[in-house]
Design a protein around this ligand. Structure first.
Ligand SMILES: [Zn+2]
Length: 251
């Protein structure tokens, strides 16, 4: 009887531990919070990657690999050819500043032309798909861009339709959510729909709360940090950081 009880308790304990979200003890991994939240550190020194793919937090990588294994089983059973691939993960403040300023100056082309546009108009075009340096979830090591930067890839008839349908059904059980879902579900605020962008919610929701706190305390500032920053004011960064799918905000 006693041994049965022991077995029972160990099984319950094992299930409890296994089902806990994977989160490192020190959420900031030894990096000052103010630097971490705005990507002012070297991700390749503290994060890990899958060979040839982007860097992410070690705890996020464990959760992600679990999700990949589950997806692989279903993908093989369905004889689907699209593997899960990380196209982009951690991006530093400097990386984001390069992307932003190349778009701002026209060096990097966007879907809409910036010709004869005012700085604030250019900024709002960039903000359709790109974050301002210091406001990107890619600074956190919790957010991943998967497979393709085209929404059509994931849509009905697209190569990634099976993958996207699978993610919508299963990603939540591995801790992942899609922050930039349909704009209409986010009061038409924030970045455009990004079917490729997924976030490890048990950590990113906490990081977002901390980001907001530091921003309100003016320990995180945007003005003067990159071209066009002065046109953003105080509210725009807040709107873009907070206008996400409500499933990514749950604690
Ligand atoms: Zn992204």
């Amino acid at each position: 009887m006693i041994s049965y009880l022991k077995y029972f308790y160990f099984t319950i304990l094992f299930i409890y531990i296994y089902c806990q979200p994977i989160v490192s003890e020190d959420i900031y991994l030894g990096i000052p919070k103010e630097k971490y939240l705005v990507g002012d550190y070297s991700g390749s020194k503290v994060f890990k990657n899958r060979i040839g793919e982007g860097f992410m937090r070690p705890d996020v990588l464990i959760a992600f690999e679990k999700m990949v294994s589950a997806y692989e089983k279903d993908r093989e059973a369905a004889k689907n050819s699209e593997k899960l691939v990380v196209k982009s993960a951690f991006r530093s403040n400097f990386d984001q500043k390069v992307i932003w300023e190349e778009k701002f100056t026209g060096k990097r082309k966007m879907k809409k032309s910036i010709e004869s546009k005012k700085p604030e108009e250019i900024v709002s075009i960039i903000l359709e798909y790109s974050s301002a340096p210091g406001t990107s979830r890619h600074h956190w090591g919790t957010d991943l861009d998967l497979n393709s930067f085209e929404n059509s890839y994931f849509e009905k008839g697209g190569k990634g339709e099976f993958l996207y349908t699978w993610l919508q059904k299963n990603a939540k059980s591995f801790g992942f959510c899609q922050p930039y879902n349909e704009l209409s579900e986010r009061e038409n605020k924030g970045y455009f729909l990004e079917r490729w962008h997924w976030s490890y919610q048990p950590i990113s929701s906490k990081l977002m709360e901390d980001w907001l706190e530091l921003y309100k305390e003016k320990k995180i500032t945007i003005k003067g940090k990159f071209l066009g920053s002065e046109t953003m004011g105080e509210d725009l960064p807040l709107i873009y950081v907070t206008s996400i799918n409500k499933t990514c905000k749950e604690n």
